[in-house]
Design a protein around this ligand. Structure first.
Ligand SMILES: Cc1cc2nc3c(=O)[nH]c(=O)nc-3n(C[C@H](O)[C@H](O)[C@H](O)COP(=O)(O)OP(=O)(O)OC[C@H]3O[C@@H](n4cnc5c(N)ncnc54)[C@H](O)[C@@H]3O)c2cc1C
Length: 386
């Protein structure tokens, strides 16, 4: 770790590392080979995480969560990043959007997610609306006080079948100074409601065993108390928390890059060609040096971002910069590690190829690198009126 830590935070890091070494890492290979996490393994990780207080550590203690601050969460996410998200995600970090629950929603959705009785999905992406989330076709129309929801979501991910989804749907159009803009509302939609189908979707080669689901809504009648937050303010609600999600991506990328770099350094020091360790060739040594420089810079960016978040000053562009930099740093480290391993780097028996595959998703989910660069560009040009 490149960042100096308090004694308390170092203890937290050691606890998470020990937990992962004992209960998670031994399952990595099996999960990748099977393409899924056997239920008993997932439930065991979940139970052990609860015993240690790592489950829902991001939610406030007042709702049954661990009450950790952003700095502490970044330490956990960095450690979790060393392994596959398929296993990591059994230790739930429920979306903080649930903190917008009000009235009966608190008992029905927020509290059970903090204890692990329920799992949620974050349902934004659609087959024809990925980066362009505003292109969504899912819509909800008024019927008296109720809403009738129609549409489809895909790539909605979770370690296992969830109980409900936070679903974003168009509920009208607003006139803005930039022209008409879809009004988007967030709804809490239970899996067992009439007209709702949650089914397993495409299988991803990054983090094999981490599932994506398709959600289908066919004339689903929603009561007024199924609106999360304010009607028409779904994007604003999501926007409050999407930034932190991007910081967690950054932290996990640092953890994975650190593990890859350890493997690369070990191989470079022990694999011999032309009578010498391959690390003594400058072409290999400089790759290791660049990994160390990239990782330190990425760690510092995450550290800076969590401090901004803890102080309540995190901006969209801060989070976007972290996501781009850390995910691209990781992909470079993963690719260079394969190169240092030579042919062995691509053999199924070696963990390098798996970590290389697992790394690739980080530049895509939670908003692609291109979309993050748009956010950074906007922050530069908007103040200039462009
Ligand atoms: C494993 C997995 C899990 C996921 N989990 C969830 C989830 O739980 N919930 C959820 O809602 N979504 C989830 N997603 C969806 C994810 O956020 C999207 O895949 C991502 O936002 C990109 O959308 P897309 O795949 O449709 O790509 P597209 O939007 O079709 O983009 C394709 C390419 O075009 C580029 N592009 C698009 N627009 C622009 C532009 N304006 N300028 C420059 N380049 C552009 C993109 O950067 C990309 O390179 C998940 C995806 C995966 C693969």
């Amino acid at each position: 770790m490149n960042i100096p830590m308090s004694h308390e935070n170092e203890l937290l890091r050691e606890t998470v590392r020990a937990f992962f070494n004992e209960h998670v890492l031994p399952h990595e290979e099996t999960v990748d080979r099977l393409g899924e996490v056997p239920e008993e393994i997932g439930r065991d990780i979940e139970a052990k995480a609860k015993e240690l207080g790592l489950y829902a550590a991001n939610l406030p203690e007042s709702v049954g969560g661990g009450g950790l601050n952003h700095t502490q969460m970044s330490i956990i996410e960095r450690e979790f990043g060393r392994t596959s998200h398929a296993l990591h995600s059994w230790v739930a970090r429920p979306t903080e959007l649930l903190l917008a629950c009000q009235g009966d929603q608190v008992e029905k959705y927020l509290l059970p997610c903090a204890t692990g009785e329920k799992r949620e999905l974050f349902g934004l992406t659609e087959p024809e609306a990925g980066s362009d989330a505003m292109g969504m076709k899912s819509n909800a129309k008024r019927d008296g006080d109720d809403w009738i929801l129609n549409g489809m979501k895909h790539f909605i991910s979770a370690p296992t079948m969830a109980d409900f989804a936070i679903v974003f749907a168009a509920t009208g159009v607003d006139e803005t100074k930039r022209g008409p803009r879809k009004r988007v509302t967030a709804f809490l939609v239970d899996r067992d409601m009439p007209g709702v189908t949650f089914r397993e979707g495409n299988k991803c080669v990054s983090n094999r065993g981490y599932k994506t689901y398709e959600l289908i809504f066919d004339d689903v009648r929603l009561a007024p108390d199924q609106v999360l937050g304010e009607e028409g303010r779904g994007f604003e609600l999501a926007g409050q928390w999407l930034g932190m999600g991007r910081i967690w991506v950054g932290a996990t990328c640092c953890g994975k890059a650190e593990r890859l770099m350890e493997m690369a350094a070990d191989w470079a020091a022990t694999r011999k060609q032309f009578g010498q360790p391959i690390g003594s060739f400058q072409a290999t040594g400089f790759r290791l040096a660049d990994m160390a420089i990239g990782l330190r810079s990425a760690d510092l960016m995450v550290w800076d971002a969590v401090r901004r978040a803890d102080a309540g000053h995190l901006k969209d562009e801060d989070a976007a910069m972290v996501k781009v930099y850390c995910s691209e740093m990781l992909c470079k480290v993963a690719d260079d590690t394969v190169q240092i391993f030579g042919g062995m780097g691509l053999m199924e028996e070696m963990p390098v190829q798996r970590l290389w595959r697992d790394s690739r998703i980080e530049r895509i989910w939670d908003g692609t690198s291109e979309i993050q660069r748009h956010i950074v560009t906007r922050s530069i040009l908007r103040p200039l009126g462009a």
